[in-house]
Design a protein around this ligand. Structure first.
Ligand SMILES: Nc1ncnc2c1ncn2[C@@H]1O[C@H](COP(=O)(O)OP(=O)(O)OP(=O)(O)O)[C@@H](O)[C@H]1O
Length: 334
């Protein structure tokens, strides 16, 4: 570390397919931050890194449940420059954009090129780890449902479609009061500039994680309503504690599916094969799910995206559900 370094890296927190995340401190304030380093060595990595940057930069105001990007720094060899979202882009930044557009490396192959994302630090892991380490709790589930729906409504209001919502991409900060969810990992997200209504913008590249993908995503023509389907799968799995073991990482993950013999099939894929399929909600404990919650899940997981709730309808429907409400016990004894 040099004496005038802005950040001091403390330890590695984890690695994903495209980057390494470190815990660090801001030297001037002592505040803890997370720093994600993404290697921009090929067009695929560059596209993911730039999409993450564009989405997080495009948000003008912050939202408590969306990860906050403090700054993004482009490293080219020994030179570190802040990324700019405005017209005054540096030559290195323009080369990154060229790499993304042309689909071939345009940055100097001799100098190492990285994007460093400085973000708020989340101290309690992701939603899978957090929930599966605790006993089921309807009040906590309700609070998480509210936080997730508010975050997605905020993103959609800001014309951002996440396209990869899953419990792994929802981090938890538990340092001030109750647990606060933070939606993160915007590498597959899209900013629909110029669209008046985010639900009318159509995407054609299938992307996301199988178990959370809506039927129309499997077909390759979908809108922001695909984010609502993913939330429906997450809510259902969280409420009934439905999990599966990921084939690659062998981790236990929250997610609902259909059993076909020994195989488990993602709900969206199964619905596409059989559009008239009736979802069995609740799957486990029949008497434990209130009717309004059951209807809400059906409305989030509707096969036809036009019949599916949008993020703004979802936000108000969750406020109305009786699920997870504290039961007030009045006592007359003093
Ligand atoms: N802001 C943060 N605060 C604390 N930990 C974080 C933060 N961002 C990411 N992490 C952790 O760092 C690790 C790597 O995250 P990253 O987003 O790079 O990959 P991933 O989501 O695990 O995998 P992939 O990108 O392959 O889907 C994960 O364990 C994640 O929980």
């Amino acid at each position: 570390m040099t004496t005038n370094a802005k950040y001091n890296i403390l330890r590695e927190v984890g690695r994903g397919s495209y980057g390494v995340v470190y815990e660090a401190v801001v030297n001037q304030t002592g505040k803890k931050v997370a720093v994600k380093r993404m290697h921009c060595n090929g067009p695929e990595n560059v596209e993911l890194a730039l999409q993450e940057f564009w989405a997080l930069q495009s948000i003008q105001s912050q939202h408590e449940n969306v990860i906050w990007l403090k700054e993004c720094i482009l490293q080219s060899g020994q030179v570190f420059q802040p990324m700019s979202h405005h017209c005054n882009k540096t030559d290195d930044q323009l080369l990154l954009i060229e790499t993304c557009l042309k689909g071939r490396r345009c940055v100097d192959p001799k100098s190492a090129c990285y994007l460093w994302f400085v973000m708020e630090f989340c101290d309690s892991g992701n939603m899978n780890e957090f929930l599966l380490a605790r006993s089921p709790d309807a009040q906590l589930n309700k609070s998480f449902m509210q936080q997730m729906s508010q975050a997605v409504a905020f993103l959609h209001r800001n014309h951002i479609v996440h396209r990869d919502l899953k419990p792994d991409n929802i981090l938890i900060s538990n340092s001030c009061g109750g647990p606060v969810l933070k939606i993160t990992d915007f590498g597959l997200s899209k900013v629909c500039q110029g669209s008046v209504n985010v639900n009318q913008h159509r995407f054609s590249s299938a992307c996301g994680s199988d178990f959370y993908m809506a039927p129309e995503v499997w077909e390759g023509s979908y809108t922001a309503k695909a984010d609502i389907f993913a939330l429906g799968i997450i809510f259902w799995a969280m409420i009934e504690r439905i999990t599966f073991r990921d084939a690659d990482s062998e981790k236990e993950l929250l997610g609902t599916y259909i059993c076909q013999g020994k195989d488990i099939i993602p709900i969206g894929e199964a619905m596409l094969e059989n559009p008239s399929m009736k979802l069995q909600i609740p799957l486990k404990k029949k008497r434990c799910m209130p009717n309004d919650l059951c209807r809400l899940l059906h409305d989030m997981l509707a096969f036809n995206p036009k019949e599916r709730l949008d993020a703004f309808q979802l936000e108000s429907r969750i406020k109305q559900t009786s699920y997870g409400e504290k039961i007030q016990c009045s006592s007359s004894s003093k």
